[in-house]
Ligand binder design. Structure first.
Ligand SMILES: C[S@@+](CC[C@H](N)C(=O)[O-])C[C@H]1O[C@@H](n2cnc3c(N)ncnc32)[C@H](O)[C@@H]1O
Length: 375
């Protein structure tokens, strides 16, 4: 019944946008081509000269109170980064399905270096390539152009950690439970060629955004392996038990970086009230993921907040309340190679990893934890 509802959800959305495709869920009518289309000029560097944003004092006071206690000195250095958007760095995730001629050289000339060692099909990051700038420069966002696949996706490089932690292999069935706007789904498709990638997003407008992202980056040839649905992720555990090899739960959370710039105290107060409800929703989503993954399969839980209540405490409660689940540490090699670029907080107990922003390496916050369903 729920499956029917979810297919109907996709169908409704496709109908509204005059799209006749249910399985792939994104524009079946568009034709993607690789090289016959005119290519855009190589992107130029942009400084971070965006309009000044105003900090919401109420939210900052709340963070100061909570994070001084939870993170100690590390909060002070992260706080300085969050309060200074001019210093924020932007990672450049390359799209292996697009024509990248000249882009590597160009990025290097703009002062970017590779986040990861040379891509190898056998490594945990597969063919994924992400370039990061030494300074706070930002490439322009590429515009959607029918018939042409975008070359790169700008992101906080720490958001690749959950994707890499999943260690996707060719042919595996993977679910991205909370998928919009689709950055991690794209990154997953850069690491390997899954047998099935199921992207789900509950919010209608964000679902539309997800479809658009997939359409802008993924060619028709890959489309058949991608399913997109618009349902509450908490229902998937019971509607599709034991189905996936791997599940990513990139949970709705207090997005600390952006919530700090909430417009107005009234909105800030509303958000702080909503914040208290998040751990319950996060636990339910994580439990749903653990039901839909097959025994032996992996679930990665991630958030972009520093908050202990939404990170370690969620994991702790799920480990206590769900039988047959164990914590799986991230690969030492992966953490070792990323330590060059990311600063990790010292978490006690060590129930996952938390990337914290620092001057010159402004990535994060990003919490990641990996679990295995044993039976
Ligand atoms: C942190 S964002 C995901 C970002 C995305 N993974 C990416 O990398 O682009 C969390 C998403 O979860 C969605 N969400 C919230 N509640 C949900 C639910 N019950 N089921 C599925 N998705 C949900 C939110 O609308 C939001 O788009």
């Amino acid at each position: 019944m729920v499956l029917l509802r979810c297919l109907y959800g996709v169908y409704k959305s496709c109908r509204r946008r005059n799209i006749g495709c249910i399985r792939a869920g994104f524009c079946s009518g568009s034709v993607f081509r690789r090289s016959s289309e005119p290519q855009p000029q190589l992107p130029t560097r942009e400084s971070n000269s965006r309009p000044r944003r105003t900090v919401c004092q109420l939210v900052l006071d709340h963070f100061d109170f909570q994070y001084r206690e939870e993170l100690g000195e590390q909060w002070e250095s992260s706080r300085n980064v969050l309060l200074n958007p001019q210093c924020w760095q932007h990672g450049v995730l390359l799209n292996r399905y697009s024509d990248l001629t000249g882009l590597h050289t160009h990025l290097k000339s703009l002062g970017h270096c590779s986040l990861l060692p040379q891509p190898r099909a056998s490594s945990v990051h597969g063919l994924l390539q992400c370039f990061i700038p030494e300074q706070a420069v930002r490439l322009p966002t590429q515009r959607h152009r029918p018939g042409w696949l975008k070359q790169y996706y700008l992101l906080n490089a720490a958001s690749l950690l959950p994707v890499l932690a999943l260690g996707l292999r060719d042919g595996e069935k993977v679910l991205d439970l909370c998928s919009a706007p689709g950055g991690k789904a794209l990154a997953l498709l850069q690491t390997a060629s899954p047998g099935l990638l199921h992207c789900n997003e509950v919010e209608e407008s964000r679902f539309e955004w997800l479809l658009k992202t997939l359409e802008s980056y993924i060619p028709l040839s890959v489309r058949d392996t991608v399913t997109v649905t618009n349902v509450d992720g908490r229902t998937i555990g019971s509607s599709q038990p034991d189905k996936y090899d791997k599940v990513l739960v990139d949970a709705p959370c207090s997005n600390d970086r952006s919530w700090l710039y909430t417009p107005g105290d009234q909105q800030g107060a509303l958000w702080l009230k909503e914040r208290a409800q998040l751990p319950h929703l996060q636990k339910e989503l994580l439990c749903s993921a653990l039901s839909t993954v097959r025994p032996g399969g992996l679930v990665v839980y991630s958030t972009c907040t520093f908050s202990r209540a939404e990170n370690q405490s969620v994991v702790e409660e799920v480990l206590t309340s769900c039988s047959g689940v164990e914590l799986v540490d991230l690969d030492e090699d992966l953490i070792g190679s990323l330590s060059k670029h990311f600063t990790f907080a010292r978490l006690r107990p060590q129930l996952g990893y938390l990337v914290v922003p620092e001057q010159g390496r402004t990535w994060g916050p990003m919490f990641v934890c990996r679990l295995r369903r044993i039976y």
